[in-house]
Design a protein around this ligand. Structure first.
Ligand SMILES: [Zn+2]
Length: 390
């Protein structure tokens, strides 16, 4: 067992309620960032913020800092400070059952403020302990919820740690996401010819029909165990008596395998071109590679550290493959090995979002262990030298 300070349930509750009360939808994280800046500065930590806010039309940049202990930074801990757009205020409370919820019918914001509260409280405890601890870094990104926009604009070279742990996966503490897919999205615009549907239909070419034929020809849903495809939005048409000259569809493909991603994406593009040609309309397809996938093996030092930290707490580590992306995708793609740990948040992005105080306490305890145990798994660390241990 690693000797780690004991998290305070009262202080975690206080931090969690404070952070979740602050509304911080993507591009509007200012108040949340200021609260975290203040909490970290009170601990003597010098907090930096980059110019991402200006570059993405937001009011806040990515926030990072070095918490100076012994040696060079051993691990970077990551979370995001934005949320999806709430449809109401957030009035968080801790119920008799020990679970945090929102009194109003919208998100709670535990995604990802549970992680922020845990990281800040871990820092408070280490600072207050009066005992030496390894140096570590904290990275808090903005606008994660609209496509990892903050991390995409972050210069990861400012981080000096050999690896990172993100806390941005739903589910009970103990889960470790080691694999996540690559992701492409597209917007396709079909352009035909409008005409009166009853008077001179011969003159019309229906953009909507072309889009419908394209979608009908696509293989959607789960294509194989590693690959999925979806069309999620269709827009077009203004009246039943008008042949629609414009139709837009938006869709996506994901895969844990780059070649399969390319094939699935190409198949959708082919279906759209074929349908457009058949109906005699034009189609423009704007394809965006949102992020690349990653797959860390059980021998990866950061995976072994995460498993050891979870086990040290008496929990069973559970390695997961995710179907979604996180800042870990961006950091891994840029050469910083990063796991994504479950942060205890449940049913995120919904009015039923909740998180238990027990899990928040466990999250903070895992966070402390990651920091304290990191040197053993870093370059030249005892656990790296002693071999795989898988
Ligand atoms: Zn999140």
């Amino acid at each position: 067992m690693t000797e780690a300070p004991q998290p305070s349930r009262e202080r975690l509750t206080e931090l969690f309620l404070k952070y979740t009360t602050i509304l911080s939808p993507f591009r509007h994280e200012r108040a949340m960032a200021d609260a975290v800046h203040a909490d970290l500065r009170a601990l003597g930590v010098d907090v930096q913020e980059d110019d991402t806010g200006d570059r993405i039309g937001g009011d806040t940049g990515n926030v990072w800092c070095v918490v100076q202990g012994e040696g060079d930074p051993h691990i970077a801990l990551g979370a995001h400070i934005d949320t999806v757009q709430p449809t109401d205020r957030i009035e968080p409370y801790l119920g008799e059952d020990g679970v945090f919820r929102n009194r109003l019918r919208t998100i709670l914001g535990s995604d990802d403020k549970a992680a922020v509260a845990a990281i800040v409280h871990a820092t408070e405890l280490l600072r207050a302990s009066g005992r030496p601890f390894p140096t570590y870094e904290i990275l808090l990104t903005v606008s994660e919820e609209i496509g990892l926009v903050g991390s995409k604009h972050f210069d990861e070279k400012v981080l000096k740690s050999p690896f990172a742990a993100e806390f941005d996966s739903a589910g009970p503490v103990g889960g470790i996401t080691v694999k996540a897919p690559s992701h492409n999205t597209f917007t396709a615009t079909f352009r035909g010819q409008a005409a009166h549907a009853g008077v001179e239909p011969e003159r019309g070419r229906s953009a909507l029909q072309a889009a419908a034929k394209a979608i009908a020809a696509m293989e959607l849903g789960r294509i194989d165990e590693e690959t999925s495809a979806n069309v999620g939005i269709i827009k077009g048409g203004v009246g039943t008596n008008i042949i629609p000259d414009l139709c837009e569809i938006q869709g996506e493909t994901r895969s844990h395998d780059e070649a399969k991603l390319a094939n699935a994406t190409a198949a959708m593009v082919d279906a759209m071109h074929a349908a457009a040609a058949q109906v005699g309309v034009d189609v423009d397809i704007a394809m965006v590679h949102e992020y690349s996938g990653f797959a860390l093996t059980g021998r990866s030092p950061v995976v072994r550290l995460a498993k050891a930290a979870v086990s040290d707490l008496g929990l069973e580590p559970a390695l997961h493959a995710s179907g979604g992306g996180s800042d870990a995708n961006i950091l891994n793609a840029r050469g910083l090995p990063t796991v994504n740990l479950s942060a205890g948040m449940i049913q995120v992005h919904s009015p039923d979002e909740h998180c238990s105080l027990d899990d928040l306490e466990r999250l903070c305890a895992v966070c402390l262990r990651l920091i304290l145990m990191a040197p053993d798994y870093g370059p030249g660390g005892a656990e790296t030298v002693s071999g795989a241990g898988e």
